[in-house]
Design a protein around this ligand. Structure first.
Ligand code: NAD
Length: 358
């Protein structure tokens, strides 16, 4: 019999796939555990109207594997996992469903830890918390880090500074011209930090209220979203959507650097990373650059519980991690993307080796 899921799991060395069902509350969920080599498999819980169960399973598997790389590259002692609940978060979510899901997580005894993602909120995590302790993102009143977007912004700006050093031999952003796409939770914080460091920023957002707030608060220049790629800037800073670096936008970019917080910036990783390389444009690898929030909210799992100073010092290390990615890329003659993957894999392999010996 054809078994594409198990084939995929074998190919990418997955550990476990858990299918959850509770007919009484309408829960159908998938928990994918990719790796626990560095620590418990960790990743958000997504709630989405998947067209089929196969689609939900493959999404959980793909995202879980991405988390393994993200944590390893961020220097965190956690493995990769992801959960998806099949359903419409607006229509199908209920306290009973979330609690039933919390009990499923609890039965895994800490092998999987979760947090919010598309379709779930911090409030949902509080409900799940009533059934299990195995959560990473929690509100402050439950002992969690609360809003992590400023930490994500700080890490992304640190990655931007590391890119600046690669291009101009100085990480100073004073006077650098930046085009910032997206003034949401992370983009807004990043805008403040970039301005504080003396950058000149042109902004855009599809939400006119946010644009008006930026112009009103900071006196920055704003352009329509469709024109952001054409700006005469040195740094293009994506803080909105994925897939925005693609064959349509790359020829329009005038920047020497692409660095921000947006996830999956390339429409096609291999093709678009190579296109940036061939144009001599330096980019920050997204999952290294945007790991600041994760570093902050998972600090509560470390010795002594959440310590903001320790966490923020670790967020600032995104600067040196981004430099390390460039060093690997130069040494091995590969793209920064592949270099980041190698950096993550090397860490997982080293610790597996230690465990085998120990
Ligand atoms: P958000 O939803 O708060 O903000 C996104 C902003 O982008 C919104 O203001 C939205 O109006 C705007 N936008 C949407 N389409 C746009 C377009 N075509 N042009 C310009 N603006 C557009 O999201 P966020 O939490 O600030 O996250 C921003 C990015 O960073 C996302 O890609 C997210 O996956 C990534 N990220 C966020 C975090 C975090 O801590 N929140 C962590 C890691 C990665």
């Amino acid at each position: 019999m054809d078994a594409p899921v198990l084939d995929y799991m074998r190919r990418y060395k997955f550990k476990k796939l858990v299918l959850c069902n509770d007919s009484d509350v309408g829960l159908r969920a998938v928990i994918a555990i990719h790796s626990t080599a560095l620590g418990p498999a960790t990743g958000g819980t997504r709630m989405w109207t998947y067209a089929s169960e196969d689609e939900a399973i493959m999404d959980a598997l793909r995202l879980a594997r991405g988390m393994t790389y993200k944590y390893a590259a961020a220097g965190l002692n956690m493995g990769g996992g992801k959960a998806v609940i099949i359903g419409d978060p607006k229509r199908d979510k209920s306290e009973a469903l979330l609690r039933a899901f919390g009990r499923m997580i609890d039965q895994l005894g800490g092998e999987f830890q979760t947090g919010e993602d598309v379709g779930t909120t911090l409030d949902d995590m509080e409900v799940i918390y009533s059934e299990t302790d195995h959560l990473v993102t929690l509100p402050v009143h439950c002992g969690g880090a609360g809003d992590i977007s400023p930490a994500t912004a700080l890490g992304s700006v640190e990655a931007t500074r590391a890119c600046a050093e690669r291009v101009w031999q100085t990480s100073d952003l004073k006077g650098r011209r930046v085009a910032l796409q997206g003034l949401g939770a992370v983009g807004w914080s990043a805008l403040g930090m970039l301005l504080e460091q003396g950058a000149e920023v042109v902004v855009c957002d599809t939400d006119e209220e946010k644009v008006a707030r930026a112009v009103g608060s900071y006196g920055v220049r704003a352009v329509p979203p469709a024109e952001i790629y054409d700006q005469d800037v040195e740094i293009f800073a994506p803080y909105a959507l994925g897939g925005i670096i693609n064959p349509q936008t790359i020829p329009r970019l005038r920047a020497k650097i692409v660095a921000g917080s947006a996830n999956n910036i390339f429409a096609d990783e291999d093709r678009d990373a190579a296109a940036l390389d061939s144009r001599g444009i330096v980019y920050a690898v997204d999952y290294v650059a945007n790991s600041g929030g994760t570093i902050l909210d998972t600090d509560r799992l470390r010795k002594g519980g959440l310590q903001r100073d320790r966490a923020m010092a670790n967020v600032r290390r995104i600067f040196t991690r981004t430099q390390e990615v460039f060093q690997i890329a130069d040494r091995e003659g590969i793209s920064a993307y592949l270099a980041a993957n190698r950096m993550a894999e090397a860490r997982i392999d080293a610790l597996n080796h230690v465990r085998l010996l120990g």
